[in-house]
Each structure stands twice: as structure tokens, then as C-alpha cells.
Design a protein around this ligand. Structure first.
Ligand code: AMP
Ligand code: MG
Length: 440
């Protein structure tokens, strides 16, 4: 069995699922919950060098093979001594018996009444348990004077294993690796880490009116922007993007493109062609290829949205594991907003992440009134920034909020999220803000 093949016991059935069909409108929270409940993470892992591991998903727990640090050592430049020698009724005077640098394997030590000059990171000499920093010592010849009360026994000594203990998990599987994690792996002496293989995501845009940048713009046509913004968003999260180009509004073309995608993609992201105005054969085709649910989500922008597992021929490299379809609306802002709200976290889950690295959400005061009606979630493009008077974060909307106006997204650094039940917002009211950075 290749590393990519799921074990037979994990072969997912496309049986009963939380993907209810029907045209009833559902809330954003409900749609997100249904998606989360139906996903199955991909299988397959590979070792990568630490230098290539940033942003990858750790496939197995990393158990520390050593104690870090390996020895008790000094946390300061100073003098190592016996805590029991410290006097409380007057200055302690000790005799310096030598010095020890970081990296010295067998440091000199000192008997009772003695001390050793020691540098940060140097191994603690045998029998000594305390380090008094240089600036708290008065040195006269080989005598070291320490005033009472400036140091307590045991201070400034790092204990062996206090960072990581041998045999204990240092990093947990499912973690999306960050710079400190790679440093930590290196501190264990590791040169590679086992990571989940990259998520392979097929991407295409649908619509007769779409042209590729570089092609002539025929009358009535527009350039495809979604494939570029979505490919970038996928690349940023470390996915391997399979660009399947532009697909006309034609069921045969759609079927053929999906067949290509289903060969080995783990997920399929499309934009356009899922709104009510689109021909029923698109819906028919998708619902017959798997368990695709078409949802009218109570949100703005981005109402029409389809999601579900697609079946694939069992003899391909992915076995019977489904390919997960995220069919996003065509309007450029709606495509990116629905990608973020529904697809991004789900794709991280498919990629094996146990805590998807989503950017921070915070509360900010609205700089101006915002009109909103209860009963749907609104995602307004906004600029969030620290208020000039230092009183926390403030948020203002970026110009026209039409779902096709990509400039509003480009100028924004955040989404102002107005909750399902929320009504209009007055200036100064708190508003939830989802920061973009690392997002779309
Ligand atoms: P649809 O969801 O197919 O009904 O498309 C809704 C709107 O978004 C229409 O005005 C389309 O022309 C536009 N649109 C669809 N796909 C794209 C795309 N890939 N790039 C830019 N605009 C698009
Ligand atoms: Mg269309």
C-alpha cells in the first residue's frame, strides 16, 4: 500500500450525512457546522527537512529523544556556588577556584567556601547549585563578596530536561508548524519531520463570459479574477493547486473537467454556476456525482453555495476517499468571502490540522453607523486599526460593498462581521472583526 492510500478501514462511505438537501435557507453557523461534521482528513505522509517544514501539518507526535537542556546549566554570567554557603547575617565571601565556559565538557568545581566563575549556558560544576550574577558580586583578587539577601539558593540554574523531557511529546500531530516549532525540533537534534502530504486542490472557474488575462476581451466578456485570488489563497495555506482553467456553462465540459479533478485531487474548488439562475443540469450533474448539497445561506455576500463529497472511480490513486467539492458563487467578493467563511478552515481540517491556523478575530468600535437587518450574517469589507486615542481597535467600511466590487476587498484588511440576529450598528458600537492577514 502506498503512503497515499487510505487504510481500508478508513474508506469513507457516502452514506447518511449531515448534508441536508433542499432549498431551505440556513444560517452561516449551521452551514459551517454541517461542513465540519462531514469532513474526513486525508491520509499519507512524507518526511521533510526542517527547512521545508514551515506551514506543513505534523503527521505524528514528536517524542523528545533527549533531555533539553541535557545538563543543569547557568542562566547567567556570574559565579556558581553552593546555596548552603550563603550567609544571611553579613556578606558571603567565597574563593574563586577557576572558570567554566559554555561548551566545556567537564568543568572544574569548588569545595565548600569556594565558587567558580561561570558563563551563561555553561554546565553547572558538580555540587554547585546557585549562580550569582556578575553585577551582584564585588571581586577582590580571587575573593568574591556577595551582600546578604541578593540571591536565594538554587537561583539562576536551569535544570536538565526543564525545556523538554526525554520520552515526553514535544510537538503534537495535527500542528501546523511555526518557526518556534522548527527551532524546537532542531533543539532535539532532529533534521526532518513527518508531515501530512500536501492537500491537492483542483480549481476552475465556470462561465461562458470568462476570459483569461492575456486573451482578447470579446464583447460581453470579463476577465476571470476568481481563479487567481482563490489560487493565491490556496497557495498561501500550503495547498498544491491543480489549475483546471476556465469551463464554459455546459454540462459535458463540466463533467469532463470534474473527471480530471477526481483523478487525484483531495478537494475541488469552483466559482460561478451555482446560483438559482444556472441551468438545473449543473445541479443534476453534481448531485448525481456525490452527495452535494446546495444551500441558500442567510448571508451577504455569497448566498448560493454548494458543498459535499464527490465519488470517484475506486481504481485511482486516492482509492475510495471522496473529493470534497466547494462550489463558490461567481461574484468575486462573494467567492473570496465564502472561501474564507466555509472552505478555508475545512481545507485545513482535510489537510490534517487539528487547530486550523485562522487569523485573529477581535472586537472593534465602528467609526460610523452601519445599516443591517437581522436574519442574515453580513461580511462587510473593512479597515481595522488601532484607534488614534489609544482606546482599542476601530473599524470603518471600505467604500462600495457590492458583491462584485473586488476593489473593496483589495483595499480592506478585515471583514466586519455583523451577526445573524444583529440589527443596525450605531457609531461607537462594538463590531466583530476578522483580520485578513494570512487569510485571503
Ligand atoms: P454566477 O455565480 O456564475 O451567477 O456569477 C455571478 C457573477 O459573477 C456574474 O456577474 C459573473 O460574470 C461573475 N463571475 C463569475 N465567475 C467569475 C470569475 N471567475 N471572475 C470574475 N467574475 C466572475
Ligand atoms: Mg455564471
Amino acid at each position: 500500500m502506498s503512503a497515499d492510500t487510505p487504510p481500508p478501514s478508513a474508506a469513507p462511505a457516502l452514506g447518511p450525512s449531515p448534508l441536508a438537501q433542499g432549498d431551505a435557507q440556513i444560517s452561516v453557523a449551521e452551514a459551517r457546522a454541517r461542513i465540519a461534521a462531514s469532513l474526513q482528513p486525508i491520509h499519507g505522509e512524507e518526511p521533510v527537512l526542517l527547512a521545508q517544514a514551515l506551514g506543513r501539518v505534523l503527521a505524528q507526535d514528536v517524542i523528545s529523544p533527549i533531555d533539553v537542556p541535557a545538563h543543569d546549566n547557568s542562566a547567567m554570567d556570574g559565579y556558581a556556588l553552593r546555596g548552603a554557603d550563603l550567609r544571611t547575617d553579613g556578606p558571603t565571601v567565597l574563593r574563586a577556584a577557576g572558570s567554566v565556559m559554555a561548551g566545556d565538557a567537564h568543568p572544574v568545581t569548588a569545595g565548600p567556601g569556594g565558587c567558580v566563575r561561570i558563563m551563561t549556558g555553561a554546565v553547572m560544576p558538580a555540587g554547585l547549585d546557585t549562580v550569582v550574577p556578575l553585577e551582584l558580586c564585588r571581586v577582590q583578587g580571587d575573593e568574591v563578596h556577595i551582600e546578604p539577601g541578593v540571591i536565594r539558593p538554587g537561583e539562576n540554574r536551569r535544570l536538565a530536561g526543564e525545556d523538554l523531557a526525554r520520552g515526553k511529546p514535544a510537538l503534537r500531530r495535527g500542528r501546523v508548524l511555526r518557526p518556534a516549532d522548527l527551532g524546537l525540533a532542531a533543539s532535539l537534534g532532529l533534521t526532518t519531520l513527518p508531515v501530512v502530504r500536501r492537500l491537492r486542490v483542483a480549481l476552475f472557474s465556470t462561465g461562458n463570459e470568462l476570459r483569461d488575462a492575456g486573451q482578447p476581451l470579446d464583447p460581453g466578456c470579463i476577465y476571470d479574477s476568481n481563479r487567481h485570488s482563490l489560487a493565491a489563497a490556496l497557495t498561501r495555506m500550503g495547498a498544491e493547486v491543480v489549475d483546471l482553467g476556465l469551463v464554459p456553462d455546459d454540462p459535458d465540459a463540466l463533467r469532463a473537467t470534474l473527471a480530471t479533478a477526481l483523478h487525484d485531487a483531495d478537494a475541488v474548488v469552483t466559482s460561478g454556476g451555482v446560483s438559482m439562475g444556472d441551468a438545473d443540469h449543473t445541479r443534476d450533474l453534481l448531485t448525481h456525482m456525490g452527495e452535494v448539497a446546495f444551500w441558500k445561506v442567510a448571508m451577504r455576500p455569497g448566498r448560493p453555495f454548494a458543498f459535499g463529497p464527490l465519488r470517484r472511480p475506486a481504481d485511482g490513486p486516492r482509492g475510495t476517499a471522496p473529493a470534497w467539492l466547494f462550489a463558490l458563487p461567481g461574484n468575486p467578493v462573494a467567492a473570496l468571502v465564502t472561501f474564507h467563511v466555509f472552505a478555508q478552515e475545512a481545507l485545513w481540517t482535510l489537510a490534517g490540522a487539528t487547530q486550523p491556523p485562522m487569523p485573529p478575530r477581535l472586537q472593534a468600535r465602528s467609526a460610523a453607523p452601519i445599516r443591517k437587518r437581522p436574519g442574515r450574517t453580513e461580511f462587510q469589507r473593512a479597515i481595522a486599526e488601532p484607534a488614534a486615542d489609544g482606546s482599542g481597535w476601530q473599524v470603518r467600511l471600505t467604500g462600495s460593498q457590492g458583491a462584485g466590487i473586488l476593489r473593496s476587498m483589495s483595499e480592506a484588511n478585515a471583514l466586519a462581521v455583523l451577526g445573524h440576529d444583529q440589527g443596525s450598528v450605531a457609531a461607537g458600537d462594538p463590531v466583530e472583526v476578522w483580520l485578513f492577514d494570512g487569510l485571503v
